[in-house]
Design a protein around this ligand. Sequence first.
Ligand code: ARG
Length: 458
Amino acid sequence: QPIRLWGGRFTGATDPLMDQYNESLSVDRVFYAQDIKGSIAYARANVKTGILTQEEFETIERGLGEVLQEWEEGKFAPAPGDEDIHTANERRLGEIIGTNIAGKLHTGRSRNDQVATDMRTWLRDELNLIEEYLVDFLKAIAQRAEQDIDYIMPSYTHLQRAQPIRWSHWLLSYATAFKNDLERLQFTKKNVNKLPLGCGAVAGNAFGIDREQMAKELGFEGLIMNSMSAVGDRDFVVEVLQCAATISSHLSRWSEDLIIYSSLEFGYVKLADAYTTGSSLMPQKKNSDSLELLRGKSGRIFGAMAGLMMTIKGIPSTYNKDLQESLQPMLDTVKTLKDSLQIAARSLATATVYPDRMRAALSPDMLATDLAEYLVRKGVPFRETHHLAGRIVALGEDEKKGINELTIKQFKSVDKRFGDDVLSVFDYERSVELKSTTGGTSRSAVLEQLEALKKTWA
Ligand code: ARG
């Protein structure tokens, strides 16, 4: 029978399938360093409580250092009873320094406050990375938006051609969403970075351990103020998954746009070979797989979020083993999101953009609103101008001509207030430049967005 942390009251053996069902080492081994750091901080704080002598602490610190080294060198050998990372590290420490001293380490501590501490430490560091990748992606967007500022393309509502915009304006529409995501992430990181250690199994620590000291040593920005909440709460994981779901749903819509734009019918962009794949059957194919995976993986992330919320919603307060099920969606989502953000940034930075194709997709009917607004500037109420511009569109259809190809006479036949200068409306640059209010697609309004965005990393 393997040695177990909780073996004292047990006489019967565990079903091997139950062992496998119960173990989490295969998942939580990624926290080996966080677990060891947490134990060192806990042991140090227990010198002040009188549980450990300074000498015993130093022995524990040295022993844990050796365990850490074994993990880092890939030499750590799990034993049959190592049901999770906490068990494994403590078992190995006992083998190295002897169980007389190692056996004191867990005084007043539980795996309940321990696992919550490991998860928060790990997550905090991963969130820093995610933040970094998100900023890198924003930088890639900003760079393209700046360099491609002259490119004009159709905007779409209902996927029907709407009004001319700058390609940079489309790019920055997503930057706006991702910037919001970044702020949410930063807020979430504050909630993650609170220390549960020193709360024990449920009721708190009976030896007066200095939690502030441990928080300082472990880089936490405060304490969880209630021991029951400290061990029973996984809202911090839910919050991260919610952030991830929002980010990845933005990545998914962004990808969907680009998949459409990179079809031959549109031809606005082409991904670099590095982010596409071919077909095993059709030799001509070049598929935007990176974008499709970004779109597809967002479903998995959303599923992880929904699954964890479902797992948590009905359990009684404090620690229940159900909470172990928060590990896998957390690890999977963090990895997927980190990869996705990097793939998105690289796909964008290396893509080729075809401004001529964008330009060719513009059509004069997209300036019908500009035509209506032309009459507004001559003092005609918009409701009326909207109708008149509509009649011009209908006339163009009847004549099988673009509305820019109608004669001044034909314009005047619809309404005398169309002046001799009416054809000046049919200029895409003019249309775009008129949208100069903050948030618009004129050059100055796009540059204004760009400046605001760049403050993110300034
Ligand atoms: N592996 C467990 C988890 O991830 C650690 C906590 C176990 N606590 C317990 N009382 N069995 O949740």
